[in-house]
Design a protein around this ligand. Structure first.
Ligand code: GLU
Length: 312
């Protein structure tokens, strides 16, 4: 139970609007449901809205069967979103408009460097930023394939995360100028996410600690585009016994057909919410209602990873 001595993290007094934004490149696994449940509970415990966005910009990696499975799994576990589903693939004109603004303000440039070329350079110069700016002052023939990068600078980007503390970074030294439009003309993840969060009115985004670097880059784009920065909250990532983050790439098992109540119960334990043992045998609605009423995100303060324990 939450005791009266535990203070809850205070959030924006405006209506809280949060989102879960999976990429349909696989089914949900333990780690992604952990994030979904945490952001759902955070929103609902503040009478906030919880929106679902499908990050399906990359047609080669996104599949309808994964979209169906994600929607089915969220509903099965009782995580009902507000309104319709927002699909990134239906909003390309908004991304283009943002790209046009950045281009007009001379904040972008065309780049023809290949990944292979950059990798080779990094192996020899590991201390340089991810992109060392090779094309920044070149004139590129834009009739051939090129990516668009946004120019970064030496002004520190700062934001405060209620769980992980103040984050600060000089992007020119870390990512360097990063991609906002890929050479295949697919919008880069950071730009799309920033435009959508703004258009969806998102003021709080809970996601994994592995996306902390992305939040810095996204904060920077928000500054350039004149958008407010949502409150970013970075949740611990779930790691396997080898301390590797559970992910589709590392073959994390789908959670689609796991037993509902038991799974929710163990997720709440992993979220450090201390569910009373009797909840394990009660209906899904009771466990979710209990979790909303007793949610205390502060119990995850300073925590960056949690070991996955199998519930069996
Ligand atoms: N679709 C991305 C992912 O699944 C974005 C997550 C986010 O921005 O919250 O990692």
């Amino acid at each position: 139970m939450v005791t009266s001595t535990e203070e809850k993290t205070s959030l924006n007094p405006r209506q809280n609007r949060s989102r879960f934004a999976p990429s349909p490149t696989g089914e949900l696994h333990w780690g992604s449901l952990f994030n979904a449940l945490a952001s759902y509970l955070q929103a609902r415990s503040q009478q906030g809205e919880w929106l679902l966005r499908i990050d399906d910009l990359d047609p080669a990696r996104s599949h309808q069967r994964f979209i169906d499975s994600i929607l089915y799994t969220l509903e099965r576990f009782g995580l009902q979103w507000d309104g319709g589903v927002y699909y990134q693939s239906q909003h390309t004109e908004h991304y283009q408009a943002a790209v046009d603004v950045l281009c007009k303000n001379n904040q972008t440039y065309a780049c023809r460097c290949s990944r292979k070329q950059l990798k080779r350079y990094h192996n020899q110069h590991p201390e340089t930023p991810d992109y060392p700016g090779f094309c920044r002052n070149k004139t590129i023939d834009t009739r051939s394939q090129y990516a668009l990068r946004v120019k970064t600078n030496r002004i520190p980007v700062v934001f405060s995360d209620p769980l992980q503390g103040t984050q600060q970074q000089i992007l020119a030294q870390t990512s360097g100028d990063f991609i906002i439009m890929r050479s295949d003309k697919i919008t880069g993840y950071h730009l799309a996410s920033v435009v959508d969060d703004f258009n969806m009115g998102i003021n709080q985004a809970l996601r994994g600690y592995d996306l902390l670097q992305s939040s810095i880059q996204q904060c920077y784009l928000q500054q350039l585009l004149g958008y407010p920065t949502p409150q970013y909250v970075h949740l611990p990532v779930i790691v396997d016994t080898g301390a590797i983050k559970l992910s589709k790439q590392t073959g994390a098992k789908p959670i689609t057909h796991n037993p509902v109540v038991e799974t929710l119960f163990y997720l709440l334990i992993q979220l450090r919410q201390k569910p009373p043992p009797e909840l394990r045998h009660l209906p899904r609605k009771t466990i979710i209602d209990w979790a909303v009423a007793n949610w205390n995100i502060d119990r995850l303060k300073g925590c960056t990873k949690i070991k996955h324990q199998n519930q069996e």
